[in-house]
Write a protein that binds this ligand. Sequence first.
Ligand SMILES: Cc1ncc(COP(=O)(O)O)c(C=O)c1O
Length: 422
Amino acid sequence: MATCLGLISMVDWTKIRRDFPSLERTINGRPVVYLDSACMALKPRQVIDAMNEYYEMYPACGGRSIHRFGKDASEAYTAARGKFAKFLNAAQEAECIWTRNATESLNIVASSIELPKDSKIITTSLEHHSGSLPFVERAKRDNLQIEIIKAQKDGTFDIEDWKNAIDSNTSLVSVVHSSNVTGTIAPMKEIVEIAHDRGALVMCDDAQYAPHHPLDVQAADVDFSAISVHKMCGPTGMGVLYGKMEHLESMKMALYGGDTVSDVKFENGKIIPEYLPPPEKFEAGLQNYAGAIGAGAAADYLQSIGMHEIEKHERSLLEVALKKMIDMEHVHILGTDDISIKTGLVTFSVDTVPSAHDVATFLNDEYNIMVRSGWHCVGPFHYQMGIDPKKGTARASFYLYNNMNDVKAFLDGLETLIDASA
Ligand SMILES: Cc1ncc(COP(=O)(O)O)c(C=O)c1O
């Protein structure tokens, strides 16, 4: 098991924790232990305040109205995109498209990118359904080939499988950067190199990676990246699609309507639109201004702490949890225990308990410990591993506001459950 102990953080994590009002709650006189950030991250005051400021001070439409509220909304909306572009190190702000979530980002690419007739799409057995299904359906729609690379049992990939699968007929590869079920980080650098070498585009699902690790889309050289803002301390209903400008420019639009056009002429009984370039091309209709402003605030918030620091902090929690869980009788961990290639989450089952929902219910009801249970929208990998999706697996995920007390409470709760059920 790789180690990261010994790295001393300069961040005051106790102070960080105080930024999250929901952690001040007590339920039945006990504090809450929130270990479900891989599903939804908690929101810091800085994000809530930025959104409240919009609603209280200038709750108007950006981009259209020229009055003062409209100007304030436009400025804040534009600034938020700039903050997000900085967070990702995108070459241009216009390469960051606001979406409703990572699922929408993935769907836009799957439905709108031009792919040559008879070409092949590649994806994996470890994808979230939002990373695989849009491409499965695209392949069906246009009669394209689709190949699914099997993750290994520990959730890692054999690079030889990628070398063998990606051929000169491959037009697009959709791959999850960090798995929401095993936490394993895919060898993106190698995958991108092989794909580009053979003329294929890379769609990277960064829903789990972006909140927890430093991400530089230019250095990564991915063609597209899908980001889930609600998993990175931002508001719900917000996502980002990053795309290299050349691809965004050549893609079909996903939705047509207001705010996507520079002119709409009426000539000889015909309506003739002139569409705007990205990002407006992909942002039809009145936008989620508060959401974008919150997303910008979340990007600023995480950057002010430092993504390297956040990564180290989470891994130090994961290391302690994993070390203990590996030795627990009746606990089975899904995914590698090499924390150097793992995001801060651990997915597991307990063989003395009928289903993962029972684990989650026990921890919640007895100790306010909130973990996720189910198949985590990754049915294929559960089937590959012979796990009944109805029984599912439980997942504890760590983020910047968690601390060793949370880890200890979780491990103690799990031990109590095992003792009671064995
Ligand atoms: C790896 C991964 N991809 C995609 C998604 C979908 O994200 P969203 O809820 O933002 O659509 C998730 C959500 O859990 C995820 O974990």
